[in-house]
Design a protein around this ligand. Structure first.
Ligand code: FRU
Length: 504
């Protein structure tokens, strides 16, 4: 299969008109945005819906983050690419909306994709052009093709049209992730096979315009999985990591409890060869809201990525009343553990957001004792080392966002299940319990990032993570430490206020 670019695709005036319309529509929605849960140190749209991170890259001396965006409402709708950029991945500038549906091929959505710098110095953004087959909704499936748009400044794009036509009979064929190995460009994307199996397809190119089918890189061994959304494929140390989001996967104990779940396998791969899978599928993150992660390589060789915090299946409280829905996780560095597990932890730069520091040092709590650590707080971070060997408590936990009405999220370590949990059952407007396995050891380190409406917990410097929205009660919020049914021995606690990331 060879595909030539669709030369009749571009219509710069139409794109400019659609982007102006999108900005105007979004500005109207901004008037409705409420701050109570709106993120202070996470990327979100000024208003409206966002999902997957797209086009992560370093271009023109700045980090570029695009994202799936419906600028007109807080619900998923015809997709655009929203855009923010940063010099340092710490503070961010809001950029104009970058892409909107304008072609016949992307009539019903500019879906997810990735961006790389070409030899000509342009930014090449590959994305899926999406059309509903019946022109209205998903009932009769969709027609999906891979498209290209290029940019000289990273802000204004010119559409180049379709570069990979889908085999028309496949209902799902999307989310191109492009990378270079040697002189060859590779594109991986997710597909549903004729037999209804979830697959990752690979195409290659030498000129970034003409793409040839290379292989089916991976098929999910689970026969219930019918599509692998947002695959990402990259070398880490001596191995290759394949990240994907299996649709149709069954829940199992603590695993895959969300409507949409993201995981990975690790293996070996050489260009032209087959992917040799070395590990079973594992979740990347155990929380309620972690999906469609995408990574890129920084100039200094780190593998950095963002996930989408949101949900296609459970409406977020902010969607109904607050004029916005969805945020990205903080930027995280991905590394491989010696057991080939994928670790993820906030990038080192994030410490630059830290403001006032409070060192509490060692603490002992008697059975059922509680201690208020912070009052009237917004966005903050804390790091705690629990001595599990000396503690007797059944759960050592933190009431996060504790409001006057008693609502809060409870996070911490459950000694009975051996897990690190986020329990949202006592929050004002959402529920659910999620928990990651706690690594063995007498000491357990938790690093917790709390924004106005979300929590990210990192266990032992990134061995596991738990990421969830948590819509706390309104007004003054406290952070309270408590030891349930036994004493808690804590080696150290340090807390920091966190600054906002926004420059504009
Ligand atoms: C995953 C996803 C992608 C698609 C995009 C559409 O969250 O469904 O597969 O490209 O979102 O918004």
């Amino acid at each position: 299969m060879t595909n030539q670019p669709d030369s009749l695709a571009t219509d710069p005036q139409r794109l400019a008109t659609e982007l102006t319309r999108a900005e105007t529509g979004n500005a109207a929605l901004q008037a409705q945005v409420q701050q109570r849960w709106y993120p202070s140190f996470h990327i979100a749209a000024k208003a409206g819906w966002i999902n997957d991170p797209n086009g992560l890259s370093h271009f023109g001396g700045r980090y570029q983050v695009f994202f799936q965006h419906h600028p007109y409402s807080t619900a998923w709708g015809p997709m655009h690419w929203g855009h923010v950029s940063s010099e340092n991945m710490v503070t961010w500038r809001r950029e104009p909306i970058a892409l909107a549906p304008t072609l016949e091929a992307d009539r019903d959505g500019v879906f997810s994709g990735s961006a790389v710098t070409g030899d000509d110095g342009l930014l090449y953004a590959y994305y899926t052009g999406h059309r509903w087959s019946n022109g209205v909704n998903e009932d009769e499936g969709s027609d999906q093709v891979q498209c290209l748009a290029t940019s000289a400044d990273g802000v204004t794009f010119e559409k180049k049209g379709v570069v990979v036509e889908g085999p028309v009979e496949l209902p799902n064929f999307r989310d191109p992730k492009v990378f270079r190995e040697g002189e060859t460009w590779y594109m991986v994307f997710g597909a549903t096979s004729a037999e209804h199996r979830g697959q990752v397809w690979m195409y290659t190119s030498t000129d970034m315009l003409t793409w040839n089918f290379d292989c089916i890189l991976f098929e999910d061994p689970d026969p219930d999985v019918f599509m692998l959304e947002c695959p990402d494929f990259f070398k880490l140390g001596d191995h290759w990591v394949l990240i994907y989001c299996p649709m149709g996967v069954a829940k199992r104990g603590y695993e895959s409890r969300n409507g949409h779940n993201a995981g990975y396998v690790v293996g070996n791969w050489e260009p032209g060869g087959e992917f040799e899978q070395l590990t079973d599928y594992r979740l990347i993150d155990w929380g309620h809201n972690f999906y469609a992660p995408q990574t890129f390589e920084t100039a200094d060789g780190r593998r950095v990525g963002y996930g989408w915090m949101g949900s296609f299946t459970l409406p977020l409280a902010s969607q109904a009343e607050d004029g916005w829905a969805g945020q990205l996780t903080v930027p995280r560095e991905f590394t491989l553990g010696p057991d080939l597990s994928l670790r993820n932890a906030p990038i080192a730069e994030l410490e630059q957001l830290r403001g006032q520091e409070r060192v509490l040092g060692a603490l002992r709590l008697e059975p059922n004792e509680s201690k208020t650590l912070l009052s009237g707080v917004g966005a903050y971070e804390f790091e705690v080392v629990l001595n599990l060997a000396e503690s007797e408590a059944e759960r050592i936990g933190f009431k996060v966002g504790l409001g006057a009405d008693g609502s809060h999220a409870f996070i911490g370590h459950d000694d009975l299940s051996g897990r690190v949990f986020i329990d949202r059952r006592l929050t004002a407007c959402d529920g659910g319990y999620r928990a990651a396995p706690a690594p063995d050891g007498d000491l357990l380190k938790l690093r917790v990032l709390v924004d106005r409406g979300s929590i990210e917990v990192f266990v032992n410097d990134g061995a596991e993570s738990v990421t969830s929205f948590a819509f706390f009660g309104e007004g003054e919020r406290e952070l309270v430490l408590t030891a349930e049914s036994g004493c808690a021995v804590i080696e150290s606690i340090t807390l920091w206020g966190l600054d906002s990331i926004w420059e504009n």
